[in-house]
Design a protein. Structure first.
Length: 449
């Protein structure tokens, strides 16, 4: 092979390492559970262990492909809010607390009520935000906070460790709740209120942050001292970047642990938090602003009787069983009703993009659940428009690889078949009426199951 680049996706559930050739064709992929350990409160990530696992996976893939030339470039995408305190040599001082951990609930409430919690951040403070975790850590893990030279995002950490260079991808900076995505700068009073640590330089996706200095990667031959390390960022926008190679004006329906609706708007201003949409730097660079709607799909599924296994069984079918429900009742007793409710929430977020000037464009689905044709037919029927599903499903690692290849001066186009799933003609009229009732009864958001 003339060229290989590596894309890494550090997810809430799974860790993926993938290798792509000079045509952006996936040639090797491995998926393993994201490694977790426990601290005194709950699940956390040992970042040093995470790097070790990624190195093992990467070297294994390179060797299985025939021990050819070293990788040209590596980039990473992944979790938005998780990170860790590090010392002067970028060694971890403790574990990374996952975004879904709610230990900082009291701190989030305190920060949300602080005068520093300006809407300029584009995202309101809640227990999943990094800012709340910083304040909790300063109070409960003061030895880490005091000793830290930097705080680095978990998604950026492998690249930072391999390069010996601290940095933060701009889409990840935004997920802290303390970054102004329009001005692309930190909000100083909110950093102070959050007792934030020293933060590294913020860079845009596609920025080369250094070259490989990892002895494991160098000694294996998988990388050399010219192998570029390239900033990626938050997994959902990075996947959107891959889709934008197919349709520049696409709106993205990302179906993973969380359901994220993504669209790029022209630069805009706002003076209040939005209940459905958060703002962040566009993955496509300056001049645009990203609009994200987030719905915790997996959390809703886990509260459903039968849980994830029941939903998986239904979504493995060619078509959802039963007839359309309202999607807006007080209690959901079937898997289909849960999926209808989740999809109506997604439509609320899609339509909210219009208010911020996101151009109309085709809806593209990505993420693990986009493999379910039954779910995509339901979503097309509720959305009232076709849903496009690229045959290439590993779009987060592909988006990272595209950034890596571009930084190394190589081809970044994408050629993959795209299936178009149309609304079910029998279902669509019913869902159009049901959605009007859903909106009228303010049925979005959290609700009992």
């Amino acid at each position: 092979m003339d060229m290989l680049v590596c894309g890494i996706d550090i997810g809430s559930t799974n860790l993926k390492v993938a290798l792509f050739d000079e045509s952006n064709r996936l040639v090797w992929l491995r998926t393993e559970p994201t490694p977790r350990v426990r601290d005194a409160v709950g699940l956390v990530t040992d970042a040093a262990d995470l790097v070790t696992v990624i190195e093992r996976m990467l070297v294994c893939g390179w060797a299985e492909l025939g021990r050819g030339k070293p990788l040209v470039a590596i980039s990473s995408a992944g979790i938005g809010e998780d990170g860790l305190y590090v010392d002067t040599t970028l060694n971890p001082l403790g574990s990374a607390i996952p975004w879904f951990d709610l230990r900082a609930t009291a701190e989030a409430k305190e920060l949300a009520g602080n005068a520093a919690a300006t809407p300029l951040s584009g995202i309101s403070i809640d227990p999943t935000r990094t800012a709340a975790k910083w304040l909790w850590s300063a109070r409960n893990l003061p030895h880490q906070a005091i000793a830290a030279s930097y705080w680095i995002s978990l998604t950026d950490y492998p690249l930072a460790a391999w390069a010996g260079v601290p940095f933060m991808s701009d889409t990840l900076a935004s997920r802290t709740g303390c970054f102004d995505p329009s001005a692309r700068e930190w909000i100083a009073p909110l950093l102070t209120a959050s007792r934030a640590p020293v933060l590294p330089q913020v860079v845009s996706a596609g920025t080369a942050v250094g070259t490989v200095r990892s002895s494991v990667l160098l000694d294996s031959g998988a990388a050399d001292q010219q192998t570029l390390l390239v900033a990626g960022g938050h997994d959902h926008p990075v996947a959107a970047h891959a889709i934008h190679q197919l349709a520049a004006n696409a709106r993205v329906d990302s179906l993973g642990t969380a359901n994220v609706i993504y669209g790029d708007a022209p630069a805009l201003t706002w003076d209040a938090f939005d209940s459905k949409i958060a703002f962040m730097p566009s993955i496509e660079g300056v001049g645009k602003l990203a609009c994200l709607g987030v719905f915790e799909f997996t959390a809703a599924v886990n509260r459903f009787p039968g849980g994830m296994e029941a939903i998986r069984r239904v979504m493995a079918l060619e078509m959802l069983p039963g007839n359309p429900g309202t999607g807006a009742g007080d209690r959901m007793s079937t898997e289909r009703q849960l999926l209808e409710w989740a999809t109506m929430n997604a439509r609320l977020m899609l339509e909210r993009l219009d208010a911020f000037g996101v151009p109309q464009g085709p809806v593209y689905a990505t993420g693990g659940w986009s493999r379910s044709r039954a779910l995509l037919e339901l979503r097309a029927s509720v959305f009232g428009q076709p849903v496009h599903a690229p045959q290439e499903k590993e779009l987060s690692v592909l988006g990272a690889a595209i950034f890596a290849a571009a930084a190394a001066g190589h081809r970044t186009s994408l050629d993959t078949p795209v299936a178009v799933i149309y609304p079910n003609e029998r279902w669509q009229p019913h869902y159009a009426e049901a959605f009007e009732r859903f909106v009228a009864t303010d049925a979005g958001g959290e609700r009992p199951l």
